[in-house]
Ligand binder design. Structure first.
Ligand SMILES: [Fe+2]
Ligand SMILES: [Fe+2]
Length: 222
């Protein structure tokens, strides 16, 4: 859809008026090099919000393996519960990134990182689902608790209220810790189907790590 810029419009105001993020509007108008230099009468594109936003760029372009296990195994389920809903887990990542997304989205200068946080949290939800399905196949019930049946708690979230650089650093730490734990569990779980799943998830986490590190370098000087 086309939109004609009105006097007093800024990219940010136009995005707000149409329920878009600044990043969505910028992505729909790659021809505009400097979004602060728009003038009344200029025609820009409004992205079609009826099409769902694509989160593909927040995951590695490689299919996920089939969710499968060699057989029921309570010990393997116990290990996976930590990745699923323990302190360093997909559930913690989802909650932390959505929180950071909401706070960053209140500051126009951070809208790009806010969109990144949202997109990555959606991919973590996919990881959570695949781990939960694997736990069910292993004979578990996929409740939100860790391998010691400690229920998940919001105390696991690194909030760092409105300190966006501290939030990004916490997110980088979370991805590093997740990769470390998945690598350990690949060693401990002698089931090729689960090993393939964890190896595939690690690729996404490494991608997230790169995206978060790039944002940190861009917005916080490293
Ligand atoms: Fe993940
Ligand atoms: Fe991740």
């Amino acid at each position: 859809m086309d939109y004609t810029v009105q006097p007093g419009d800024t990219f940010y105001l136009i995005a707000q008026k149409h329920g878009l993020s600044l990043e969505e509007l910028q992505q729909a108008n790659p021809q505009i090099q400097n979004p602060t230099l728009i003038f009344p009468g200029q025609v820009i594109k409004l992205p079609d919000k009826s099409r769902p936003q694509s989160y593909e760029k927040y995951r590695v372009d490689e299919p996920y393996p089939e969710i499968k296990v060699l057989g029921e195994n309570p010990y393997y389920a116990q290990l996976l519960y930590d990745d699923y809903a323990g302190q360093v887990s997909e559930l913690t990542a989802i909650m932390q990134y959505v929180h950071h997304h909401m706070q960053m989205d209140t500051h126009p200068a951070w809208s790009e990182v806010a969109a990144l946080q949202e997109g990555i949290s959606i991919i973590e939800m996919k990881h959570l689902e695949m781990l939960g399905e694997t736990i069910l196949l292993l004979g578990g019930n996929a409740r939100y608790w860790d391998g010691c049946q400690q229920p998940w708690t919001p105390l696991y979230v690194s909030y760092h209220d409105f300190d966006f650089c501290a939030q990004l650093r916490a997110d980088i730490q979370a991805e590093e810790a997740a990769i470390h734990n998945y690598r350990n569990h690949i060693q401990q779980i002698q089931d090729p189907y689960i090993q393939a799943l964890l190896a595939r998830i690690i690729k996404d986490e490494e991608h997230h790590l790169r995206l978060f590190r790039d944002s940190l370098a861009k917005h916080c000087g490293g």
